[in-house]
Ligand binder design. Structure first.
Ligand code: GDP
Ligand code: IMO
Ligand code: MG
Length: 417
């Protein structure tokens, strides 16, 4: 059994800086696989003042030798994927030849997006979804109504299935909507047949390809989307996304055996952000929160929504480290804390830890800030003492080494220990 796969997993409520880290670490890998979620994700890479945001293509694709895989556990909006392929092709070579799409990945259709919007309007407790149709597409997957990317390779049956589905979905939409909804069958079928023609050459049995590659000593990086606290099982349910964002999702979402994963890099911000609704015990809905949002440019990479900001939540981080078997941490956005004289961190919840994060009251310990810019620092030993103390405090609490400290958005603004 080869053990040359490595996972990169968000440990908070998403947007931890996975894109930056994946791009940085994937240089040394042969394959990079997105294993969960869809274009609800927005993974940012900053390279020499150029910014790229990937929503569904793996973030390592800018390295010209890498093979990108969109794995079994994903849901794909073909129109978004095709646009992203074109954009990536404009900056790096032969993306179409280097991108493989799992035949098991599910297709997002217009009715998923419409349903997502109607559900958000109708429900009392709003989730604050990205309205990209993610939940309804996964819903169809588990209720066995979905169509998969493999269906696109059989245009005659795909068209027939599509026509049947459109008729059924139109009835369904009109049941849940207060306004009449018409699905233009002819137009949707034409559109999706066109997508099928473009994407078919890339649709493969990616699980088989990855297992064979591993046998040939190729290395595989597994790129998680969202974060542990948005996981469908382990997150702050129901304020979560609809996929397995944790390391288990990297197995069920790729077809690789569990023993193949040698290392799991957990990605955490030095503070916490959240976009969308749901509990956030350490949220600072005040001037400090605004300061973190301004300094960290905390606006969603997918929807542009402002992200709520708060202090680092160590009980939640420890929980995420344990679920994922994290072997080392990438601590991101340390530079955002530069201007603070004191930095509180949550060390306990008053009534004990609860993984749905409701009715919890954080207890803080205040650590001294470093109050100087660390953006230009490239060596761990040269960080201010208080910054190193902040890192050590986290390491001791979660019992896991911080192997990477990120001090700015650019890939160069990174300290590797
Ligand atoms: P992802 O979804 O986990 O890939 O994270 P996003 O790309 O949605 O959000 C992270 C944001 O923080 C992006 O705008 C990154 O360019 C930026 N970023 C990443 N690392 C750092 C860092 O160390 N410092 C600062 N200031 N920004 C960072
Ligand atoms: P990346 O990969 C942050 C949040 C949404 C909402 C909840 C459900 O960039 O870290 P969904 O559209 O998935 O049904 O929305 O999950 N959410 C994210 N928040 N980063 C993401 O991805 C997210 N993907 C979904 O805001 O609260
Ligand atoms: Mg993001």
């Amino acid at each position: 059994m080869r053990t040359n796969a490595q996972g990169i997993i968000g440990l908070q409520w998403g947007d931890e800086g996975k894109g930056k880290l994946v791009h940085l670490l994937s240089k040394d890998f042969n394959y990079i696989v997105r294993f969960n979620g869809g274009n609800n994700a927005g993974h940012t890479i900053v390279q020499d003042a150029n910014t790229f945001v990937f929503h569904i293509i793996p973030s390592g694709i800018l390295h010209p030798s890498i093979i990108g895989v969109i794995g079994d556990g994903t849901v794909i909006d073909p129109s978004v994927l095709i646009k992203e392929i074109e954009e990536a092709n404009a900056i790096t070579s032969s993306v179409k030849k280097r991108l493989l799409i799992s035949n098991n990945a599910h297709i997002i259709f217009p009715w998923h997006i419409i349903t997502d919007k109607i559900n958000e309007e109708n429900r009392t407790h709003k989730i604050g979804t990205t309205k990209r149709g993610i939940g309804p597409a996964y819903c169809d997957r588990v209720s066995r109504y979905g169509l998969r990317m493999r269906n696109m390779k059989q245009p005659v049956t795909f068209l027939k299935d599509l026509q049947e589905l459109i008729a059924e979905k139109e009835i369904y939409l009109n049941k849940i909507s207060s306004k009449p909804i018409h699905l233009d069958s002819k137009q949707i079928c034409a559109e999706y047949l066109k997508y099928a023609e473009i994407l078919s050459p890339m649709i493969k049995d990616t699980g088989h390809i990855l297992r064979a590659a591993m046998k040939n000593n190729k290395t595989v990086l597994l790129e998680g989307a969202q974060g542990a606290l948005l996981d469908i099982n382990y997150g702050s349910y129901p304020y979560v996304t609809s996929s397995s964002t944790t390391i288990g999702g990297a197995i069920s979402g790729t077809g690789l055996p569990p023993q193949s994963i040698q290392k799991v890099v957990g990605v955490a911000k030095a503070y916490v952000t959240r976009v969308g609704e749901g509990p956030f015990p350490t949220e600072q809905n005040n001037d400090v929160g605004k300061l973190l949002a301004d300094k960290g440019h905390e606006y969603g990479a997918t929807t542009g929504r402002p992200r709520k900001c708060g202090w680092l939540d160590l009980p939640a981080l420890k929980y995420a480290v344990e679920i994922n078997g994290v072997t080392s941490i990438g601590l991101m956005k340390m530079d955002v804390l530069d201007c603070l004289k004191e930095i509180p961190v949550c060390i306990e919840y008053k009534n004990g830890f609860s993984s749905n994060f409701t009715n919890v009251e954080p207890i803080y310990k205040t650590l001294p800030g470093w109050n100087t810019s660390i953006t230009k620092c490239r060596e761990y030993d040269k960080l201010p003492e208080n910054a190193k103390q902040y890192v050590s405090f986290i390491e001791n609490y979660i019992d896991c080494k911080v192997s990477i400290v990120s001090v700015g958005p650019d890939e160069k603004e990174t300290i590797i220990r």
